[in-house]
Design a protein around this ligand. Structure first.
Ligand SMILES: Nc1nc2c(ncn2[C@@H]2O[C@H](COP(=O)(O)OP(=O)(O)O)[C@@H](O)[C@H]2O)c(=O)[nH]1
Ligand SMILES: [Mg+2]
Length: 362
């Protein structure tokens, strides 16, 4: 399962966001280091397409896609030099697939700390870049020495040098314009900033109308990061309150009441998903409706393999229809009668939102 790490300064709203995503009981409290050991939980990926299909099929069981979320303890200025939770904290970040920055934009006199998201971002980026700089510098020196005997290290040295140049100016690697092959060469070093970032800007409950503005301001700050960074604004507190309401109708009413639509958690998890190149296909029936994760560009047999390796090995063909069309028609049987279910072979590249059934032979 893919893992997202929540990273931010104390009191940015990380634990509140963690709770909202996982329904978990992380302590959300207005003092630094309330979170010492990282909480690890599973967030189901909210998916209205799945809900619609489950309703259509009257499924007895509904299984969402899921991601792991880690609430990593607060980072403070000097973390790269061992301040606060220092190295332990950095080690926790290394184990994630993507970083979620939680940047505070809400004002609250009872909650200490700055409320300017760009100030939060500056501290986070400097600490992470400094930590990476140390790793890169060590490896660069070592590789330069070794290269006197081993000529094959040239490409690695070039990539390390490019990383060094960026990091020594305090610029994280997701902003460094590294080429894909350079990023791949650096991957074994588990650098903190050689990965994609989702920035969540936590806006106050009385400033909901400012969300687009704040989102745009933070996005502008990332203009050199290209596709490596996505920004999403939300009020974490309200989202957490909404998430704690178990009745879906009541929850929808609360979100609607604040004009929050389907809620930002949906958008957030989907953005994080997309950032990592993850997509969803669906299966549906009376017994179960289920969302399955696949990597963008996967073929139909690779998708089938997410269910069972036998499905991939013995793949014959897939029956495919877009979820929206299927829901509109109202049933799989009727869609087949109408000739709307396509037959696809082993070279078919799956699309996000495909509903599939596999024919296989083992
Ligand atoms: N007013 C307000 N308070 C918030 C919001 N998000 C979090 N808080 C409060 O800020 C404090 C710190 O939040 P927490 O989630 O523990 O932050 P963490 O240190 O990043 O884990 C808690 O008292 C939260 O209730 C928000 O959107 N608005
Ligand atoms: Mg916390």
């Amino acid at each position: 399962m893919e893992r997202f790490g929540l990273v931010g300064l104390p009191n940015a709203g990380k634990s509140s966001l963690y709770n909202a995503l996982t329904g978990g009981g992380a302590l959300a409290a207005p003092y630094a280091f309330a979170t010492k050991d990282p909480n690890i939980g599973v967030a189901k990926v909210p998916d209205h397409r799945l809900d619609a299909l489950a309703a259509m099929s009257k499924s007895r069981n509904v299984v969402h896609a899921a991601v792991q979320v880690v609430d990593i303890g607060g980072l403070v200025e000097g973390a790269s030099k061992g301040e606060g939770l220092g190295n332990k904290f950095l080690a926790n970040i290394r184990e994630t697939d993507a970083i979620v920055f939680v940047l505070r934009a809400f004002e609250d006199d009872d909650v200490p700390g700055p409320s300017n998201p760009l100030e939060h971002l500056r501290v986070l980026e400097i600490e992470l870049a400094l930590a990476d700089l140390e790793t890169v510098e060590k490896r660069l020196n070592q590789a330069t020495r070794q290269s006197k005997l081993d000529r094959s290290l040239g490409d690695e040295i070039d990539a390390l040098q490019a990383a060094y140049d960026s990091l020594s100016e305090g610029r994280p690697l997701y902003r460094a314009g590294l080429k894909e092959d350079q990023r791949a060469i650096l991957a074994p070093h588990f650098l903190l900033t050689n990965r994609r970032v989702l920035a969540v800007v936590n806006v106050g409950e009385n400033e909901l109308d400012k969300i687009p503005e704040v989102e745009a301001m933070v996005s502008a700050e990332f203009n050199d990061a290209g596709a490596n960074v996505e920004v999403i604004g939300m009020c974490v507190q309200l989202e957490a309150e909404a998430a704690s309401i178990t009745d879906p109708v009541e929850r929808a009413e609360m979100l609607e009441g604040f004009g929050l639509g389907e809620g930002a958690l949906f958008r957030m998890v989907r953005s994080a998903y997309h950032l990592l190149g993850l997509r969803t296909y669906l299966t549906t029936g009376e017994k179960e409706s289920r969302a399955w994760t696949f990597y963008e560009g996967s073929t139909a047999p690779e998708c089938a393999g997410r269910i069972h390796s036998d499905f991939q090995r013995g793949f014959i063909r897939a029956e495919v229809i877009g979820w929206e069309e299927l829901v509109e028609i109202g049933s799989w049987t009727k869609a087949k009668e109408l000739g709307k279910v396509r037959l696809e072979g082993k070279d078919y590249i799956a699309s996000d939102g495909d509903v599939m059934e596999f024919r296989f032979n083992v």
